[in-house]
Write a protein that binds this ligand. Structure first.
Ligand code: FAD
Length: 222
């Protein structure tokens, strides 16, 4: 068994290009295309967002790929305007060489290493893996094997949203009320979006007390 760290791979977008394309679409509403300058998108978008004129954000999208646990994607796939492609526990047999004959679990973000709770948790995962591999040896099918897998199982998840849905998802999922395994992934993503597109994401609130050392790495998507 292997414990893995969370990662968010982000598509290499050109924020200014996207925002300028949104501006062009938005100016159609007012037929004010003649007002476009190098940086006119900044004021226009800030004004539109502050008035709730957000549908213009649907013209552009961003894709990410995450390494996260089943619990995280169980929650995130509730977002109906997002698109997902997720590693399937119905098709992947972690008992095969291709997966190094082991199950990958996410490092628990909310348990301290060395504590009794942590040790018990790890023991539980080891027991699950032992049973899984024994069942795989007996040629159990992934459909049967997956019934053993816990929320902590690691998975690769592709998620694509338009810029409006990202604003909605990040606004909901970076707050204190959300499971820390989700905050761990999405707060650093929100911070990147805030830096690159302050006109859109500048006002989105998040749990500022979440420990920065637990943030997932943000890397470019290949
Ligand atoms: C802190 C927290 C706790 C939660 N706890 C639970 C829980 O215990 N149990 C549970 O089942 N779920 C829970 N959820 C999930 C939550 O109820 C939503 O299903 C999920 O967050 C998706 O959000 P959404 O419906 O706003 O948006 P999305 O599906 O992302 O849609 C975006 C927006 O589009 C609009 N929209 C989409 N579909 C429709 C529609 N059919 N009709 C009208 N408008 C629509 C809405 O304005 C919506 O906000 C929780 C979510 C959070 C953030």
């Amino acid at each position: 068994m292997k414990l893995v760290d969370p990662v968010v791979y982000v598509e290499n977008y050109d924020a200014k290009k996207m925002l300028k394309r949104i501006e062009r679409a938005c100016r159609t509403c007012y037929r004010s295309e003649d007002k476009v300058t190098e940086n006119s998108y900044k004021k226009l978008l800030t004004n539109c967002i502050s008035r709730g004129h957000e549908s213009i954000l649907e013209h552009e999208k961003i894709s990410i790929r995450m390494i996260c646990d089943v619990g995280v994607y169980k929650d995130l796939t509730r977002h109906r305007i997002a698109s997902f492609s997720i590693e399937s526990t119905r098709y992947c047999n972690y008992g095969k060489d291709k997966f190094d004959n082991e199950i990958k679990f996410m490092k628990p973000v909310n348990m301290d290493e060395g504590t009794e709770i942590y040790n018990l948790f790890i023991e539980g995962l080891e027991g699950i893996e032992k049973t899984y591999l024994k069942m795989a040896e007996l040629e159990a099918k992934p459909d049967q094997l997956r019934m053993l897998l816990p929320h902590a199982t690691a998975a690769e998840v592709n998620m694509t949203c338009n810029l409006r849905e990202w604003k909605h998802v990040l606004g909901l999922r970076c707050s204190k009320h959300v499971h820390p395994a989700i905050r761990q992934l999405l707060i650093p993503l929100l911070l990147k979006f805030k830096e690159d597109m302050p006109e859109i994401y500048g006002t989105v609130e998040y749990d500022e007390d979440f420990p920065k050392e637990k943030y997932a790495k943000i890397l470019p998507l290949d």
